[in-house]
Write a protein that binds this ligand. Structure first.
Ligand code: EPU
Length: 371
């Protein structure tokens, strides 16, 4: 591997050695050697030093560290995007097409587009992580998924060593998944093309979600304005208040978290009926592929909300959020998560699936990608 550019950085990319890896769980982690891409133009991908590094399967592509558990505190080789611009491509009376580079924080993009009065991303306010990481697991909140707004994704195909543009349909977006996640290790997402609206949708502002109608009433009481007058930015601010009441601030400090630690399980209608006979108060929501059951409810019903063992615990504010209070190792954290999952399985016979990605040899079978 030619890394002779270490001491003479060339435009567009650079190396960093012994780089601390920020992550919202605040677990200790560091990269032995990191490739950082400052530009994403095609000429950067003409450089063998860049493409060889990316072709190596052990190179881990890392973003904002908001959806990863560092079970092992050391990653030998990594790649990161620093390019973080966004620009408008076209604007018509009712829509805007824009492009965002992968190194940009998703929350910054949400606030900058909402602040211009464009509709479409405001429900995704306060989600940590980068624009490039967002299509990976098709981040979603309050009835909106990023994939709903994507036109295309530009990515470097690490396997075929070429730049690709994937239209939305080729991305195969689903609940917390995409083609990029399914084909783990293949893609380096570079930029995302999005379409937003310049006029509010018919149901504006959408509050058909537990907790949002109360938040809207509080906004009305504070501003004295009718709901329809809410701007996209005011909606983003409302979502921020709702999220901060449940989740720790990902911008810094302890406790650390990776947001929802498990997926909400989807079961068959007949299974849901059996469960409802045993637990009539169990919340159940029909979705396209079955019946969704909130994992937070299952964990709470096991008596685990607020349960803490040393430096790791289940949040007392939201049972689907596991917290790192400091001092825990990645292995200790995963051991605790396994215990939570086992208790839910014993009580309900439902095997929860972990949402974040695991980095390390010791991930174990609770992580789907390590199976
Ligand atoms: N619940 C409990 N106890 C709890 C927490 C939740 O019983 O301690 C039950 C309640 O019935 C509640 C239901 O779970 O109504 C759903 O809770 P919530 O509205 O907080 O949503 P969630 O299903 O837990 C999902 C996403 C979040 C996203 C919110 C809002 C997943 C895995 N999580 O959480 O995403 O912000 O909806 O749309 O789908 C993330 O992925 O990291 C994340 C935070």
């Amino acid at each position: 591997m030619n890394r002779s550019a270490t001491d003479s950085p060339s435009p567009g990319w650079r190396w960093r050695e012994h780089m601390p890896l920020v992550n919202t769980l605040r677990l200790p982690a560091r990269s032995g050697a990191a490739l950082i891409l400052d530009r994403l133009d095609a000429d950067v991908f003409d450089q063998p030093a860049v493409t060889d590094w990316l072709a190596e399967p052990t190179t881990r592509v890392l973003g904002g560290g908001s959806n990863v558990v560092f079970v092992q505190p050391f990653v030998e080789r990594s790649a990161h995007l620093a390019a973080d611009a966004w620009w408008l491509e076209t604007q018509t009376a009712d829509r805007v097409d824009l492009v965002a580079e992968g190194g940009m924080g998703l929350d910054r993009l949400v606030r900058e587009t909402s602040g211009r009065g464009w509709y479409g991303l405001e429900a995704l306010a306060e989600i940590p992580g980068t624009v490039a990481a967002a299509p990976m697991q098709n981040v979603g909140a309050y009835g909106v998924e990023l994939g709903d707004r994507v036109r295309w994704v530009d990515a470097w195909d690490r396997r075929e060593r070429r730049l690709r543009r994937l239209d939305r349909n080729d991305c195969d977006f689903g609940y917390r998944r995409s083609r990029f996640k399914d084909e783990a290790g293949r893609w380096l997402i570079l930029r995302v093309g999005l379409t937003l609206a310049t006029r509010p949708p018919a149901d504006w502002p959408p509050v058909d979600y537990p907790g949002l109608s109360a938040a809207l009433e509080a906004w009305q009481a504070a501003t004295g304005r009718p709901p329809v007058a809410m701007t996209p930015l005011a909606y983003a601010d409302m979502i921020t208040r709702v999220r901060l009441a449940k989740l720790p601030d990902w911008r810094g400090g302890l406790p650390g978290s990776a947001g929802s630690f498990f997926h909400n399980p989807v079961v068959s209608p007949s299974r849901a009926e059996t469960l409802a006979r045993h637990w009539p108060e169990m919340p159940q929501y029909p979705v396209s592929d079955g019946i969704k059951i909130p994992a937070g409810w299952l964990i709470e019903r096991c008596g685990l909300r607020g349960w803490r063992e040393g430096g790791v615990g289940v949040s007392a504010r939201h049972a689907l959020v596991l917290l790192h209070y400091g001092g825990a190792s990645g292995e200790g954290f995963v051991g605790f998560a396994r215990e939570v999952r086992d208790r839910v399985f014993e009580a309900f016979g439902i095997a929860l699936v972990v949402e974040p990605e695991c980095l390390g040899e010791e991930c174990g079978p609770i992580f789907p990608q390590s199976k």
